[in-house]
Design a protein around this ligand. Structure first.
Ligand code: NAD
Length: 485
C-alpha cells in the first residue's frame, strides 16, 4: 500500500469539468504521519468560486433541476454504491491526508455511503401540508430547494461531513459548491470524481479547494449562494454568520465542543469503559463531539480513573497506514497547540493519570502526541473548559446529580453528552436538563448514527444536520393559497 495519488490533485471541479484554478497557484498538503509533502492542491480564488456558483445555477436550470425527487434519489443511491466499492481506497487517501488510522477512515467512507443511501431513500418523502383555512380557499405548503448551497468543511471528518451536508442538500434538489479544508481535501476531490462517474449531472456538485480566508470567504460572501452549511471553529463560524447576514441567507453552524460523559455510581462500568476512552481518543481526539470531559461520581472515581488509565497504557500509536489506535494530529501546528495544553498540566500541578507510550522510531517530522489522561481537574480549569482537539481527556469528580449537571452545563459549548447509570428515571431527568444537542444514555455516539439529528447549542452552533431533520434545513417552505369559491 503506497502513497501514490491516482488523480491530478491540482484541480478544481466546476460544471462537470476538471481544470486548474484561475490563479494557477497551489497549496501543499503534508502527510502528518511523516511530516513530508504529500501533494499539491489548487489554491482556488474568488473567480473560481464565482464560476462554481454560476455552474451550480446553470445546473438548477438544466439537467439537474429537471430531475424528479425520485430520480435524484436514484442518482444518490448509485453514488452511494460507488463510494462503498471504493471504501478501501478512500480510507487510504484519508490516512495519507489526515493521518487517520485505516479502520477509522474506512468507517468514514462507509458512513459517507450510508448518508447517501439514507438521503437517496428520503428524497421523495419530504411532504408538504394542506392547511385548514377560510371557506373558498385551499392552502398548502411545498418544500423547495434553496438553490445554490455552500458547504465549507473542516479536515477532521471530510467524508462524513460531505455525506451529511452535500447528501441532504442534493436530495432536496439544491446545487452545491464545496470548499474542503486546505489541510486535507483528497477525499473531497475523489468523491467528486466518483459522483461524476456515477452520473451526477454537471454542476450539481462543484469543488473549489483553497484557503479559508480566500476561497472560503469568497464563497460565504457570494450573493448567488442561498444557504451556507459550515462545520469548523467557533471563530470562523462567527465570520460565516456575519457574511451570511449581509446576503440574508440562512446558515447551519456545526462548531466545536467540550462534551461530557457523566458516570454515576451505579453505572455498568464494564460497558462504559471502552466507550469512555474511545470517544476521547478516536481520530486522535480531533472530533467535534469528542468526550473530552469525563465526570465521575466520587464512589467510583478511583475505579474509573484506574481502569481508564489501564486502557490508555494499552493504546497503540503510530503512522496512519499501520492502522494504529491513535494516529498523528493533522499538523505540526495542531501538535504544538496540544503540547501547550499538556504543559499546563505540569504548570498547574495536576496529575497525569496515564499516558499512552509512543512507539520508538516514529518519523521525526510526524505530528504525534501521546494520548494523555488527566485526573482530578477542577471544572473551571482551562483544560476542562477549552476545546483541546487532541487525545487528551480530563476526569472531574462530582458528588451528586445536581453538581454533575451544573459541571456538564458549565462551559461555553453544548454539543453532545453521555449519561451512564442504571437508574432510568435519573437518566431521563439528567438528559432533560443537559444543555446540548444530543444526549446518549448508556452509550456515546450511537455508533456514529446517520439517522439521529445532530447539532449544538451555545458556541457549538445552531441548525441540525443528519437524519430527516436536515432535509428541512436544506429546503425552504412555500405556502400556496388557492381561491376557488
Ligand atoms: P476552521 O474553522 O479553521 O476551518 C473550517 C473550514 O473553514 C475550512 O474549510 C477552512 O478553510 C474554512 N475557513 C477558514 N477561515 C475561513 C473564512 N474566513 N471564511 C470562510 N471559510 C473559512 O476549523 P478547523 O480547525 O479546520 O476544524 C476544527 C474545528 O471544527 C473544531 O473546532 C471542531 O470542533 C469543529 N468541528 C465541528 C464539527 C461539528 O459537527 N460540530 C465537526 C467537525 C469539526
Amino acid at each position: 500500500m503506497g502513497n501514490s495519488i491516482p488523480f491530478d490533485t491540482k484541480q478544481v471541479f466546476i460544471g462537470g469539468h476538471w481544470r486548474r484554478g484561475n490563479s494557477g497557484r497551489t497549496l501543499a498538503l503534508i502527510d502528518p504521519s511523516q511530516g513530508t509533502p504529500l501533494a499539491d492542491i489548487a489554491r482556488g480564488d474568488a473567480t473560481d468560486v464565482d464560476a462554481a456558483v454560476q455552474a451550480a445555477q446553470a445546473a438548477l436550470g438544466g439537467a439537474w433541476g429537471r430531475l424528479t425527487a425520485t430520480e435524484r434519489g436514484r442518482v444518490l443511491m448509485t453514488i452511494s454504491a460507488a463510494v462503498l466499492a471504493q471504501a478501501d481506497e478512500l480510507a487510504r487517501l484519508e490516512a495519507l491526508d489526515v493521518g487517520k488510522p485505516l479502520k477509522q477512515g474506512r468507517a468514514d467512507a462507509v458512513a459517507l455511503a450510508r448518508y447517501l443511501e439514507f438521503y437517496s431513500g428520503a428524497a421523495d418523502k419530504v411532504l408538504g401540508h394542506t392547511i385548514p383555512f377560510a371557506n373558498g380557499y385551499t392552502a398548502l405548503t411545498l418544500r423547495e430547494p434553496h438553490g445554490v448551497t455552500a458547504h465549507i468543511v473542516p479536515w477532521n471528518y471530510p467524508m462524513q461531513i460531505i455525506g451529511r451536508s452535500v447528501g441532504a442538500a442534493l436530495a432536496m434538489g439544491n446545487a452545491c459548491v464545496l470548499k474542503p479544508a486546505e489541510e486535507a481535501c483528497l477525499t473531497a476531490l475523489a468523491f467528486a470524481r466518483i459522483a461524476h462517474e456515477a452520473g451526477l449531472p454537471a454542476g450539481a456538485l462543484n469543488v473549489v479547494p483553497g484557503l479559508g480566508e480566500e476561497a472560503g470567504a469568497a464563497l460565504a460572501a457570494h450573493a448567488g449562494v442561498r444557504h451556507i452549511s459550515f462545520t469548523g471553529s467557533v471563530a470562523v463560524g462567527a465570520l460565516i454568520q456575519a457574511a451570511a447576514a449581509k446576503n440574508a441567507v440562512p446558515v447551519t453552524l456545526e462548531l466545536g465542543g467540550k462534551s461530557p460523559q457523566l458516570v454515576f455510581d451505579d453505572a455498568a462500568l464494564d460497558a462504559a469503559l471502552p466507550v469512555l476512552v474511545n470517544a476521547g481518543i478516536q481520530n486522535a481526539g480531533q472530533t467535534c463531539s469528542a468526550a473530552s470531559r469525563i465526570l465521575v461520581q466520587r464512589g467510583v472515581f478511583d475505579a474509573v480513573v484506574r481502569r481508564m488509565a489501564e486502557r490508555y497504557r494499552g493504546l497503540r500509536g503510530g503512522p496512519a497506514l499501520t492502522d494504529p489506535d491513535v494516529g498523528p494530529l493533522i499538523s505540526a501546528r495542531q501538535r504544538d497547540v496540544v503540547q501547550g495544553y499538556l504543559a499546563l498540566v505540569v504548570d498547574s500541578g495536576l496529575t497525569v493519570a496515564a499516558q499512552a507510550p509512543l512507539p520508538a522510531g516514529l518519523p521525526t517530522g510526524g505530528c504525534y502526541v501521546a494520548p494523555t489522561l488527566v485526573a482530578g481537574v477542577p471544572a473551571m480549569h482551562q483544560l476542562a473548559q477549552e476545546e483541546i482537539f487532541g487525545p487528551v481527556q480530563v476526569v472531574i469528580p462530582f458528588d451528586d446529580e445536581a453538581e454533575a449537571i451544573a459541571i456538564a452545563n458549565g462551559t461555553a459549548f453544548g454539543l453532545v453528552a453521555g449519561v451512564w447509570t442504571r437508574d432510568g428515571s435519573r437518566a431521563l431527568r439528567t438528559a432533560r436538563q443537559l444543555h446540548c444537542g444530543q444526549v446518549f444514555i448508556n452509550n456515546y455516539g450511537a455508533g456514529g448514527g446517520i439517522e439521529p439529528p445532530f447539532g449544538g447549542v451555545k458556541h457549538s452552533g445552531h441548525g441540525r444536520e443528519k437524519g430527516f431533520e436536515a432535509l428541512y434545513g436544506f429546503s425552504t417552505l412555500k405556502t400556496i393559497a388557492i381561491k376557488h369559491d
